[in-house]
Ligand binder design. Structure first.
Ligand SMILES: Nc1ncnc2c1ncn2[C@@H]1O[C@H](COP(=O)(O)OP(=O)(O)OP(=O)(O)O)[C@@H](O)[C@H]1O
Ligand SMILES: [K+]
Ligand SMILES: [Mg+2]
Length: 692
């Protein structure tokens, strides 16, 4: 099954969104946006004024009050529609996820061992810690961890990626996701979550927006909009006594003049408060989450999406993120007095039980070059030492004979601890290897340095361009690697990152993040291993790979279903685009309101203040037409801007300052000019149709 991504204005979305717009007319929904709540109250008051004008003595012509009232209701509905449309797309995305939650029967094991009896259990009955058997053809019932077995799993339902993946116990490939299907062999899975807490449940909840709360930035913006609304409320309310006063003055002077009506005051208020951004704000936020989802990224909060747009430092792993990560042994460089065959033999011994790609490739290279057969592991009576990022070594103990391979610094320490020396010649060799951007592994047999193995890796195509794009956006890229400084420097130069940290342990990563944060910077990183969990928990934007461990997924605030470490770049772009969209539309909205002030006040009040004639540059056909045109424009501009709010403004990788300048120009200037043209046009149409 593949997830379908509905287009923005799919007919399947429009209908339900219209229905939803009416459902949102209840006061509780309306209160979520204070600005729109003012319009909502205005609509109710004008409706009441219209009813009053029908039954008794109205404050103005009933037709005018009705028209004003209807367009105010439209304003509210259009804003509702924008939000509903954005939510509708998210809901469709959630729906296709829910389809994964089939009710399959699980094979619950009596004891956590393969081969014991199993009983059928529904996924809802499975609790954290239970063990289930999944065999070829079975769907994995709930998220869990493989504790026994190796199998290929089809995760396309979650990732959209058709190539099956291998899942096995131990290491970083032990996490399995509910809803995915075992293709071959079997696994014993320990259930990691209780019913309702599974990853897929969280994804659905997030995508549906059930848990979408206002982000801190949205709250700050809302406060600004409320403050502006209050200012305009005061301005319009004081117009009433002023108008009554000038009517008295005019009467005394023997000139006929009429006071301002409540309808006009409400219409004016709605035109002046920032309804454009007030109506679109929520839709912009929902659309941002939805765009992440389209990039196959599940953000667990709107705040994470927003932080992605504000990030100033990106921490990227070297291996697998900047490089292809498929480090393969390419050559053996023996130490003086050692033959290539001897080195290959010891290197292979040290790698027999090493299941990392590096280890496997050494075994293969030895086989290819010297036709070395793998030895019978059991017959060797060996105890294996597995690789860890802390020790940076792996190998085997054959009795007291310790064979190791590992990073230069780790092996140096190991050799020195044994009271032996590190040959000059090997130091030279590993430096040469490193300068080429390859990773050297030094092989040591019982304290004797046997030589080095070169592990080749390739910098990903196109990555340099992306980093320079990020630099233009003012984002610093830092490469982190467990590799030595020379290799790191070579790859850093080739990839064009701003900085790098070599020989880094997981603790170093955590420290680096804290250091940047204490300088007031927002840090983003990706990770997949349990090792990465502390750093993920610390980072502001923490993207866990879906293929990663449960611990990593829980520590992060986003999950990349494609498990593509380079996705971080896309995530930052989506976040930036969301913030830019919000900024641009806020600028437009406020400029718009200011322009309307100058466009309609003179036209609307010439009858009360004949002196305003001089300012009436728009030459609208009548005061009531001026008001009506402005209200209609104010409602329609929301509809016109819905596509922009949902799709996002066009993304450009430029610095924050020049972006601000450019946006102020386009959206600020546009916001000032457009209302004049729009209101004039509507006024002309209204008078052509003899509607006012
Ligand atoms: N299987 C292995 N056995 C022994 N040493 C290894 C093995 N794999 C890697 N190393 C050594 O340990 C170092 C650290 O490896 P690690 O995987 O922690 O980081 P890395 O992959 O180089 O960096 P990144 O953080 O970008 O993944 C490597 O540079 C290499 O010298
Ligand atoms: K407005
Ligand atoms: Mg690594």
């Amino acid at each position: 099954m593949t997830r379908k991504n509905l287009s923005l204005f799919d007919s399947k979305l429009i209908g339900p969104a219209i229905v939803d717009s009416f459902k949102k007319l209840n006061p509780r929904s309306q209160l979520r946006s204070p600005v729109m709540f003012v319009v909502y109250v205005g609509s109710i008051i004008t409706t009441l004024l219209f009813i009053q004008s029908l039954i008794g003595q109205g404050e103005a012509n009933p037709g005018f009050i009705l028209a004003a009232s209807v367009w105010l209701w439209f304003t509210v509905l259009f804003a509702n529609f924008a939000e509903s449309l954005a939510e509708g797309r998210s809901k469709a995305q959630a729906e296709s996820l829910r389809a994964l939650k089939q009710t399959v029967l699980a094979k619950k094991l009596a004891t956590p061992k393969h081969g014991t009896t199993w009983l059928p259990a529904s996924p809802g009955d499975l609790r954290k810690g239970d063990t289930v058997l999944v065999e070829a053809g079975d769907v994995i019932p709930v998220d869990g961890e493989v504790i026994e077995g190796v199998a290929t799993v089809d995760e396309s339902a979650i990732t959209g990626e058709s190539a099956p993946v291998i899942r096995e116990s131990g290491g970083d490939f032990s996490a399995v996701t509910g809803g995915t299907r075992v293709l071959s062999d079997w696994l014993v899975v320990r259930i990691a979550v209780n019913p309702g807490e599974a990853f897929i449940d969280r994804m659905i909840a997030m995508v549906e927006g059930a848990k979408r709360q206002k982000t801190p930035n949205e709250i700050a913006l809302t406060i600004l909009l409320v403050a502006l609304s209050i200012v305009f409320l005061v301005v319009t309310v004081t117009l009433l006594p002023m108008s009554l006063f000038s009517v008295e003055m005019a009467k005394a002077a023997g000139v006929a003049s009429s006071p301002i009506t409540i309808t006009v005051l409400i219409a004016l208020l709605v035109c002046l408060i920032p309804t454009t951004i007030g109506g679109l704000l929520s839709a912009i936020g929902v659309a941002g989450m939805s765009r992440m989802m389209q990039a196959n990224v599940i953000a667990t909060s709107g705040r994470a999406v927003e932080a992605a747009g504000d990030v100033d430092v990106l921490l990227l792993d070297k291996t697998g993120t900047i490089t292809l990560g498929n480090r393969q042994a390419s050559e053996f460089y023996p130490a003086p007095g050692v033959t290539q065959i001897q080195l290959a033999d010891v290197a292979q011994l040290a790698s027999l039980a090493d299941e990392t790609p590096e280890g496997r490739s050494i075994v293969i290279l030895a086989k290819q070059k010297f036709n070395m057969r793998e030895r019978d592991i059991a017959a060797l009576q060996a105890s294996f030492v597995h690789f860890s990022a802390q020790t940076r070594m792996s190998g085997v103990d054959l009795g007291d004979r310790a064979i190791r391979k590992g990073s230069v610094d780790a092996v140096k320490k190991h050799v020195e601890a044994l009271g032996r020396s590190f040959p000059e010649e090997v130091s030279r060799q590993v430096d040469d290897i490193s300068r080429r951007g390859s990773t050297p592994l030094v092989v040591v047999d019982d304290g004797r340095v046997m030589g080095a193995v070169e592990l080749k890796d390739i910098v990903k195509g196109g990555i340099k361009e992306r980093f320079s794009e990020l630099r233009r956006m003012g984002i610093k890229t830092v490469m982190i690697t467990g590799d030595n400084k020379l290799t790191a420097a070579a790859i850093a130069a080739e990839a064009g990152v701003d900085d790098f940290l070599a020989e880094a342990t997981p603790e170093d990563k955590l420290k680096l993040i804290r250091d940047y944060q204490s300088q007031g910077r927002l840090v983003a990183m990706t990770g997949d291993g349990t090792n990465d969990a502390p750093a993920l928990a610390q980072a502001d934007v923490a993207v866990a790979m879906n293929s990663g461990t449960q611990a990593a997924k829980e520590a992060g605030n986003m999950v990349d279903l494609d498990s593509n470490p380079t996705k971080l770049l896309e995530i930052v772009e989506i976040g930036k685009q969301m913030l830019m969209t919000r900024g641009s539309l806020t600028t437009f909205s406020i400029a718009n309101d200011v322009a309307k002030y100058f466009a309609i006040i003179p036209a609307a009040f010439v009858s009360t203040y004949p002196q305003l004639k001089a300012l009436d540059v728009m030459q609208l056909s009548s005061p009531s037409s001026a008001i009506m045109s402005a209200v209609i424009f104010n409602a329609l501009i929301i509809v016109v801007l819905i596509p922009l709010a949902l799709k996002g403004v066009k993304y450009r990788a430029v610095g924050a300052a020049s972006l601000l300048r450019r946006n102020m120009l386009i959206y600020g200037l546009g916001g000032i000019i457009v209302p004049f043209a729009g209101i004039k046009l509507i006024d002309m149409i209204l008078s052509l149709l003899h509607l006012v």
